[in-house]
Design a protein. Structure first.
Length: 380
């Protein structure tokens, strides 16, 4: 029997119920009603009582919602923090004893961070967050037990799994309890498996030691730097021409670097960690702008040139002015998201006084040093 918590202070021990769906399955919805969430919490409490002796002295709180890992692993852990805050507000004397749950009422969750984002609903695993508020004298022992018992023996009970399958209209391969540290370790392995270990270095710092600085290097040599809540990269064209290793096929190498950067940008955005260029105080809005020079009023108006690469489509946009014998390059823009091209072109046109018409190059155009460039005007 879960007891009402009466002692202070209470230490939060965050964790998840990980639902591995049968391939091709998708839940009917991502949120449970209050009554459904309370029923699920009661079943989960029975499971945890068998796994973690003495756990009944804690308050157990469940969010009746299904999340992707990127939503739970964000700086400050907002989903867990919100669940903890709501759990602390619940009166200690309740009909549910030490078990509380939060679901929808009239179609709405009690707080915005507990609302799953449907953009991340397509993954093969859905995560139900929960937290134990343990008395101080029990918290360390309970945390250690969670780290050992959950990953080793934490399969959810048949009643819990059956309730979830019936309620959400899904079939499950597994339903397993994991600590938040287990989720961090699992995500690390997943990212390393797809050659994103440098990105995980940045994310781990942002999540666990955001007050520190950290550096890493992408698989193609692009430096990454975490500081003050953001990840920065050097100006791509300048770095590629200045610090890149000798390349047999520079066009291919640059396209590969931009592809990798798009992967990093997408995952950093999903984890709510901003990406920006070194020296640029603004965070990216789905694109990066590498400014090199101001327009020369003595030269013709700047134009926009589109660099294209297989697998990337629009790889970059160069702003340049025709000049005697060569182009005067003013800036490069790098779209990192599919919907970022239009706002990026608007930003470039506004900043450099040009129209939004793109001159298609049909390829990635580099100068003799390997830097992005634009066509030289014809001499007559």
């Amino acid at each position: 029997m879960w007891k009402c918590v009466v002692s202070e202070p209470l230490i939060a021990c965050p964790a998840i119920l990980a639902l591995e769906l049968v391939p091709g399955e998708a839940p009917d919805r991502l949120e449970l009603t209050r009554d459904e969430a309370q029923e699920l919490a009661a079943l989960m409490a029975q499971d945890l009582s068998a796994l973690l002796p003495g756990v009944e002295a804690s308050r157990f709180a469940v969010a009746g919602a299904l999340f992707d890992g990127v939503e739970l692993l964000r700086p400050g852990f907002p989903v867990f923090a919100t669940l903890e805050e709501l759990a602390r507000r619940v009166p200690r004397v309740t009909t549910q004893g030490g078990v509380v749950a939060f679901g929808t009422h009239e179609g709405h969750m009690p707080a915005q961070p507990l609302v799953p984002d449907p953009r991340y609903a397509g993954g093969p695993m859905r995560l139900v967050p929960w937290v134990l508020l343990a008395p101080e004298e029990l918290a360390e022992e309970l945390t250690q037990a969670m780290e050992v018992q959950l990953v080793g023996k934490g399969e959810a009970g048949s009643l819990t799994a059956d309730f979830l399958m019936r309620t959400l209209g899904i079939r499950l391969e597994h339903a397993r309890y994991l600590s938040r540290d287990d989720l961090l370790a699992l995500t690390c392995v997943q990212y390393e498996h797809v050659n994103l270990a440098p990105l995980w270095t940045m994310l781990e710092t942002a999540l666990l030691t955001p007050y520190k600085e950290e550096t890493a290097m992408g698989s193609r040599g692009l430096p990454l730097h975490y500081a003050e809540g953001r990840v920065s990269v050097p100006g791509i064209a300048g770095w590629f021409a200045r610090d890149g290793i000798q390349r047999d096929n520079p066009t291919h190498e640059l396209a590969g670097t931009l592809f990798e950067l798009r992967q990093y940008a997408a995952l950093l955005a999903a984890h709510h960690v901003p990406l920006h260029l070194e020296g640029d105080p603004a965070s990216s809005a789905g694109y990066l702008v590498e400014a090199l020079a101001e327009a020369d009023p003595a030269l013709p108006a700047p134009q926009l040139y589109a660099h294209e690469a297989a697998g990337l489509g629009m790889a970059a946009v160069t702003v340049a002015q025709p000049a005697p014998g060569k182009a005067r390059v003013l800036a490069h823009g790098y779209p990192l998201e599919p919907n970022a091209l239009a706002p990026m072109l608007d930003a470039l046109a506004t900043r450099f006084g040009t129209d939004r018409e793109l001159q298609a190059l049909g390829r990635v155009m580099l100068d003799a040093n390997g830097a992005l460039t634009a066509p030289a005007p014809a001499l007559h």
